[in-house]
Design a protein around this ligand. Structure first.
Ligand code: PEP
Length: 250
């Protein structure tokens, strides 16, 4: 039985005050969340503050990206050992905004995945197709390619300490959600891809759905047998809405 996970990706949003308020609000509602695991991924600069605010709670901390190197002359980067030191458990790698706006290629994402695990973090690997790719009927080809780049670098066994998030790019921040059936079909595809290499790892792998998940649509998505929770952008910025999603997973 896979424990559901709901992770909030704050993206480039927040302030010291908002970090205090949002984490305070989420902590206050955790009693009603049930069995789901909950994580928040604030911007780098708020991670130490968030670490302190989360102390003594079951909420896990994550970062939104990581350098593929551990240290050295890489101005502006943040490494996995640094993130681990400030209390991160998870790190998102390969988010579509990194891929499309900052040039993260499949190969770089694979190196970031490897660096995250080397530093003791659990990567949340994002994969997903563009709208035109879905319309061309090549969703599985695209998601398969993104997955294979990581599998070829680290092997299937590494996915025992990882999470995958299926995030169709056309559903991110657009208000347009994949239907539960559309999402489930891709989740099954991902799990089967892993199953061909390592059935045990495939069965245990948590595959999150991301893309305009809200309090109102979370329950029907999470009811699908292969949807093991969600990666939540916009709706993770309000404690009430985020908690509604967490309850739907719990
Ligand atoms: C995301 O950024 O990972 C995401 C899923 O965003 P949103 O929930 O806003 O679509």
């Amino acid at each position: 039985m896979r424990q559901k996970l709901v992770a909030g990706n704050w993206k480039l949003n927040g302030s010291l005050a908002m970090t205090r308020e949002l984490i305070g609000g989420i902590r206050a509602g955790m009693g009603e969340v049930g069995a789901a695991e909950v994580a928040v991924c604030p911007p780098y600069v708020y991670l130490p503050l968030a670490q302190g605010l989360l102390e003594g709670s079951a909420i896990r901390l994550g970062a939104q990206d990581v350098c593929d190197h551990d240290s050295g002359a890489f101005t502006g980067e943040v490494s996995a050992p640094m993130l681990e030191e400030v209390g991160c458990h998870y790190v998102i790698v390969g988010h579509s905004e990194r891929r499309s706006l900052y040039g993260d290629t499949d190969e770089l994402v694979a190196r970031k995945f490897e660096a995250a695990q080397r530093g003791g973090l659990v990567p949340i690997l994002c994969v997903g197709e563009l709208l035109e790719e879905r319309e061309q009927g090549i969703t599985e080809q695209v998601v398969g390619r993104q997955l294979d780049a990581v599998l070829e670098r680290v092997g299937a066994a590494a996915f025992a300490r990882a999470v995958v998030a299926y995030e169709p790019v056309w559903a991110i921040g657009t208000g347009r959600t994949a239907t539960p059936d559309q999402a489930e079909a891709v989740h099954v595809f991902i799990r089967e891809r892993l199953r061909a290499l390592d059935p045990g790892v495939a069965d245990g792998l948590r595959i999150l759905y991301g893309g305009s998940v809200k309090g109102g649509n979370a329950a029907e998505l999470f009811a699908q047998p292969n949807i093991d929770g969600g990666l939540i952008g916009g709706a993770s910025l309000q404690a009430d809405e985020f908690l509604t999603i967490c309850r739907a997973a719990g």
